[in-house]
Design a protein around this ligand. Sequence first.
Ligand code: WT7
Length: 668
Amino acid sequence: MRGNPKFARRKELMKKTDNVIKKGDLYYPGEEFKKKALVSDASVYKKALEDPVKFWEKLAEELVWTKKWDQGFVHKPPHFEWFVGGELNITENALDENLKKRKDKIALIWEPEPTDQKQKTFTFGELYQEVNKFANCLKKLDVKKGDRVGIYLPMIPEAIIAMLGCARIGAVHAVVFSAFSPKALQLRLQDTEAEILITADGYFRRGEIVNLKQNADAALSDENTSQNDREKRGTSVKKVVVVKRAGNEVRMQSGRDLWWDDLVGKESDECQPVPVGSEDLLFILYTSGSTGKPKGCCHVAGGYAVQAKFTAKWIFDFKENDIFWSTADVGWITGHTYSCYGPLLSGTTVVIYEGSPDWPSPERWCQIIEKYGITTFYTAPTAIRMFKKYGTDLVRKYKLATLRLIGSVGEPIDETAWDWYFNEVGKGNCLLLDTWWQTETGGILITSLPGIGPFKPSFAGLPFPGVKVDILGEDGKSLPAGKEGDLVVLPPFSPGLLRNIYKNPKKYLETYWSKFGSKVYLTSDGAYKDENGLVRILGRVDDVIKVAGHRLSTGEMESVIEKHPNIAESAVIGIPDEIKGEVPVAFIVVKNTNKPADDIKTEIINLLRKEIGPFSSLKTVYLVKDLPKTRSGKIMRRVLRKLLGGEELGDLSTLANPECVEEIKKVV
Ligand code: WT7
């Protein structure tokens, strides 16, 4: 597999230069790198902050708009709008523009998991045709502008084609991660009221075929309700389009289920892009919050397009020869912005990979980097820690000489993982971009620009030009360097920030615009700045945990656990994990049963897998008689966290039931 001749030429193009220099504990781009960088003049920061709206408007002018906007930014707290009155189609920018400039350049490379199957590539010309064909299918299925379309697909080219196909006709895509359970899919389909679902027969994961269609069927079935369930039944889905990927046997429901190939084969490869309003919905993507129900983040066409394009282009310093690989799944925001929209809007070649980076051997990811001559590699700290654990000699077998930038996202990257990634993957010659952002922000908000710097291990860096962030104390006052507080984003925010929570404006206001008032966006991350203004992210301060980079809500897990008929109460907390960063453990109080504890534990774990997905697996379940509570009945998760961490518990006099702490100590 090493040295695929088709891509070998690239290696000659990429001559090693001094990409990085170190001054004290800071890293900067080397002279050679700086000279070639798209953005290398530090004055960009100052200029952008003098008039952020003007700054973003200038960037927006580089996109094609069918109608120019009247106003750059309008603020009606907690709501805000960008490029008001403008109209565009994001796919005209991502496809038609590239058709003019680089029709025969490869836009998308797909690497299947089984090593005996061939990769697929699409030039910009071919991608344009495939998207148009699929957009025409959607029209035949009577999908109109503004209609929601569910996408439940693995990492295959059709996932990208389906998203772009929706955007082409102004339909709103709602992608659901393929490892989410039927129940999780059902919830999202109910909330969006999607009438169309795009899925696949199956896909390969760690050598096995996952029967995705079966999960989709279960989500659509009225019977798929769990014990104690008083929730809504069924969905509004009328048609299911099924991609044939793994060839596994599936049940096709006549009148409802249609094969992708049968539909697409008949369609023309021309479809006019439908202009949509700048503030019209482009997609909904669900994410976990503090409470039980996932939140549908609403992202809009104009602002998202501008932010996706320029954060991708400037942060990854895209050049015509770059080959970009982001390992995140399209089911997450990283997959939306940096495997689909961002690179395509910049005319950059992207690689997507179906499977697990360590399958069939721990070096698979190195082989992919070499095979395609990846220049920019973007992954999560969990993956880095896993690669490191497999052994440094494995990665040393590979030169990875085409890499010029490496990136990290999704969770704090500790110094040990940073050093290893920088020295062993980047071979000490690639800048390491630690990028901070959220599903809500739509694109990266904090990371130093590669042509400018500085970079510092375990610090995300400087906010993107035009983005004002601050660290606030409990009193809402800006904190000086070194002091930890709440990370917030100040007006005019950024064009790609979410505009609402789908069908839940109340939750939008409460979650993001309450703690410090309706003009300050609360990220729910703790952070501090150093004396250079570099931001260090400390992690979530709410009930969200990041498990292997996946965002899970402990509140959501508790509400699933409490559906079990024998559970009276539960508390889920995250505890540190060497590889995954954090893992959830549950404390449960059992009622009305003589069932053996082990059976209950297994049932709880299975219930979570069924209702959320396999990645929500609890590391440990502790059966306890009571949970520590305040006098008003609030469970003190902090006490549980300290108990497990072996920390001093401090003053327990505020607890209504301090005696339970001693009981819990016996079981942990
Ligand atoms: C949460 C958002 C950003 C796309 C993928 C995750 C954490 C994200 C970093 C980073 C430390 C980070 C934060 C944030 N996070 N990037 N570079 N350093 N923490 O999106 O699933 O919505 O999660 O991920 O806690 O709030 P998400």
